[in-house]
Design a protein around this ligand. Structure first.
Ligand SMILES: Nc1nc2c(ncn2[C@@H]2O[C@H](COP(=O)(O)OP(=O)(O)OP(=O)(O)O)[C@@H](O)[C@H]2O)c(=O)[nH]1
Length: 510
């Protein structure tokens, strides 16, 4: 073997080996490509039956290892089919957007859609829907809209007032209304039970029951009050009529007696004048004596008769006066009784006469209820005792009525400075108490400081002098283990702290 042959052989062997490597590489590439195409075709499966069949043919051709020339027509048909499918996709996407838009708009029109849901829905329709770039992005969006539908359906399906729905604000309002009303003694037990029930159970069902009971009691009490007022007026009228009759009778009696007496007087006068005339005509003492004797007898008869008439008249008059007196006394008793009843009602009333704020009795009632609620719900309740500083000196310097006016102005300012849920009362003298349900002590400090400054800023003017009046406040929060008394004492001690540290201050005791 020549050197040339050896070289040729070596080159041939190298060429064969290179070709093998190339073929192997191509085989791997084709296999990878075919695998990729197969997987891709699988992921498109289920979109369209014709496309599915076409892709199945393509996969089988790849698996059989068909040559590219054989695959080409298959690929071309598949591409055409895919293009068609793409157009269908785009149309579907547009239709989906339109459907979601219109479903969302319908949902927006529904009543009872919760506010938060309405806001989120608007965001989905106005922003998120426009940002969609692939069909798959519709899925979370649709999930969201489905949730909105469910929330709306739930809100609609729930009865507006489920019997177990709770409404503590309404319970408190009913309690304070019940406190402000004045009820008769015989329903006090019933009212007590209603108040207890309002404190213990603030479900709508129980509130409705209690409201109906209160209205019933109130309607009954109004009817009774009206009946009693009517009865009083009828009996007043009757007594006045009887009085009038007695007076008319007495006047008539007096008139007729007067008439009789003046006729008698006339007769007496005539007799005296006749006697006078006859005495002048008499010629002898015996005749005169006889004449005077006779006339005097007649005269004394007339005088006795007049005396009798006058005595009788006096008796009748006295009787009549007694009758009138009795009637007037009766009238007086009736008016006094009625006045007493009105006064009792006023006394029982829970408003303080001077400041028109709830009084101490009203506070005690409310405080006990609030305490009970605190024990049941363990809610935050702040209790504040407020006292006007150096109030005695206002009385001393500017008079008691200036003091009264000051209390009225401060009471009005306090009332205006608190929340609707708060309860303020005049506890006595120059002392006020404030209950702040649902308010933790830590949050109460800022509004209480505001109240202090509001009172301080009131421009009082006495005897042409500007006077600044301040208040001291002691606050605490009801806590576990408290009794109404211990909590109140704590607030009172906080007030002493404020007084002892210079007044015009808010002090707290936890
Ligand atoms: N004008 C008026 N004065 C009242 C009324 N009720 C209580 N007072 C007076 O309020 C004063 C309260 O005085 P004190 O309790 O000594 O307290 P203070 O003088 O305000 O002093 P500090 O509380 O220590 O700042 C007393 O003089 C009472 O007579 C009221 O309804 N009208």
């Amino acid at each position: 073997m020549t050197d040339k042959t050896v070289l040729l052989e070596k080159k041939l062997s190298q060429a064969i080996s290179a070709r093998k490597t190339l073929e192997e590489a191509k085989k791997t590439q084709v296999s990878m490509l075919s695998d990729f195409a197969t997987r891709l075709s699988f992921s498109c499966r289920g979109q369209d039956v014709a496309l599915d069949n076409q892709l199945a043919k393509f996969r089988s051709a790849l698996n059989k290892g068909m040559e590219i020339e054989q695959l080409t027509p298959l690929i071309e048909t598949t591409i055409a089919q895919l293009k068609q499918q793409e157009a269908v996709y785009e149309a579907n996407e547009r239709a989906l957007t339109t459907h979601i838009q219109s479903a969302g708009k319908q949902l927006q029109k529904l009543k009872g859609l919760p506010d938060d849901t309405r806001r989120k829905l608007r965001h989905v329709l106005d922003h998120e829907l426009g940002d969609i770039k692939a069909v798959s992005e519709f899925v979370p969006l649709l999930e969201k809209i489905l949730q909105f539908y469910m929330q709306t359906l739930q809100a609609k399906a729930a009865p507006e007032f489920s019997s177990s729905t709770r409404n503590p604000e309404l319970a408190i309002e009913l309690l304070s209304l019940t406190n402000e009303l004045v009820f008769e003694e015989d329903v006090s037990e019933q009212i007590k039970q209603i108040k207890q029930s309002l404190s213990a159970d603030d479900s709508v069902d129980s509130l409705l029951d209690n409201s109906v009971s209160i209205i019933r009691i109130f309607a009954k009490s109004i009817a009774r009050e009206r009946q009693s007022a009517q009865g009083f007026l009828v009996s007043l009228n009757q007594t006045l009529e009887e009085l009038h009759k007695s007076i008319v009778e007495t006047t008539n009696q007096s008139k007729s007696v007067n008439h009789e007496v003046s006729a008698l007087n006339k007769r007496i006068e005539e007799k005296i004048s006749t006697l006078n005339h006859q005495t002048q005509q008499a010629t002898s003492i015996t005749e005169l004596k006889q004449l005077v004797d006779n006339e005097l007898k007649e005269l004394s008869k007339d005088l006795i008769e007049r005396e009798n008439i006058e005595r009788r008249d006096k008796e009748v008059l006295l009787q009549s006066f007694d009758k009138i007196n009795d009637r007037i006394n009766l009238l007086e008793t009736k008016v006094t009784n009625y006045k007493k009843r009105l006064n009792e009602q006023k006394f029982k009333s829970l408003l303080d006469g001077l400041t028109k704020l709830p009084n101490r009795a009203a506070f005690d009632d409310r405080y006990n209820q609030e305490f009970h609620l605190f024990e049941v719900h363990n809610s935050d309740v702040t209790l504040v005792v407020i006292d006007v500083d150096h109030f005695k000196s206002i009385n001393d310097k500017y008079g008691h009525s200036a003091g009264d006016k000051t209390l009225q102005v401060i009471a009005r300012a306090l009332k205006k400075s608190i929340r609707k849920a708060d309860f303020i009362a005049r506890y006595g003298g120059e002392e006020f108490v404030l209950l702040m349900p649902g308010m933790p002590l830590s949050s109460a400090q800022s509004p209480l400081e505001k109240i202090r400054n509001t009172v301080k800023a009131i421009p009082f003017r006495f005897k042409e002098k500007e006077v600044q009046i301040t208040i001291s406040l002691g606050a605490t929060q009801l806590k576990k283990g408290d009794t109404p008394l211990t909590a109140f004492d704590r607030a009172d001690n906080a007030l002493y702290d404020a007084k002892n540290s210079g007044r015009d201050k808010l002090c707290i005791r936890e």
